[in-house]
Design a protein around this ligand. Structure first.
Ligand SMILES: [Zn+2]
Length: 286
């Protein structure tokens, strides 16, 4: 049975589709997503982890020669389709483990042969089962990972996902929270244990060099403690694009809120900021 196929992360900003490189002297079989180091990666379908580790130690992975893909995870769907995730910074799954579509598998990185941080995502049929043919994902129209991943007890990882999109103006010295439609601060996660949260922040109409701070606060027993996460500088087009992933240990009733702060103002006046698709993943005890 053909299960659904999803992009391995969301938003899925493709920087290079499969195709010839270096004037056609070789073919790049992966789809590359230009994302910062430590962006959460998720299973693009239900399947079994059949490789998890460094390609240097393996040489050949599932019959396909390793090509400088650094820390790599291969997930095999039950019909034999394999999805490879290359250049990772951290792997949080083990060989033999079953994962659900949308389940967290690890963090993107810049390991192996790269020209910068990105996720290399490649689809092939298992060589032993189906000849190893390469698969172009485009005709398959991968879906976006919008819905909560299931957290069955056989999963080592429980995943929580909130689809939320806010586009609002931000003024100098103003703070914006990720809010629900009634303007209430929105809980990002409320589950006990070490938790990986990722925040995607997009801004436009800033002046080049403007600085936006990304912060989060943990509310426990009615008291909030703010934390500085990172700062992002608008590029020469006045755009801000950032994904930041952070890990915290949270208690069962903790509420984590995400906010952005126009710390040095925006010289261009009111700019617009988007807090998009904040994800939180809680690891079950090993
Ligand atoms: Zn690639």
């Amino acid at each position: 049975m053909m299960a659904d196929l999803y992009y391995p992360l969301d938003p899925a900003l493709v920087t290079e589709w499969p195709g010839p490189r270096d004037g056609g002297s070789w073919w790049h079989y992966g789809t590359d997503f230009g994302v910062p180091v430590d962006t959460a990666l998720r299973a693009c379908f239900d399947g079994e982890i059949v490789f998890a580790g460094g390609d240097g130690a393996a040489g050949v992975m599932n019959g396909v020669r390793a090509n400088g893909e650094g820390l790599t995870v291969d997930i095999r769907r039950d019909d034999g389709l394999i999805a490879r995730y290359g250049h990772m910074n951290r792997i949080d799954v083990r060989v033999g483990q079953r994962v659900k579509a949308g389940g967290y598998i690890g963090l993107s990185g810049n390991t192996g042969y790269t020209l910068g941080p990105h996720c290399h995502w490649e689809l092939r049929w298992d060589r032993a089962w189906s000849g190893g043919a390469w698969v172009d994902p485009r005709p398959l129209k991968p879906g976006r990972l919008r819905s909560p991943a299931t957290s069955k007890k056989e999963d080592a990882v429980k995943a929580f996902h909130y689809e939320h999109r806010e586009v609002r103006p931000i003024a100098p010295k103003q703070r914006l929270y990720l809010c629900d439609t009634r303007g209430k601060k929105r809980d990002l996660v409320a589950a006990a244990g070490p938790t990986v949260l990722s925040a995607h922040v997009y801004g436009e109409k800033f002046a080049p060099g403007d600085v936006i701070e990304i912060r989060y606060e943990v509310v426990r027993d009615g008291k909030s403690s703010p934390h500085y996460l990172d700062r992002v500088i608008a590029d020469k087009y006045g755009l801000i694009q950032a994904t930041r992933t952070f890990q915290r240990s949270v208690a069962a009733d903790d509420v984590v809120n995400l906010s952005v702060y126009a710390s040095q103002g925006n010289k261009g006046g009111l700019a617009r900021i988007t807090l998009l698709d904040s994800d939180a993943y809680t690891f079950a005890a090993a």
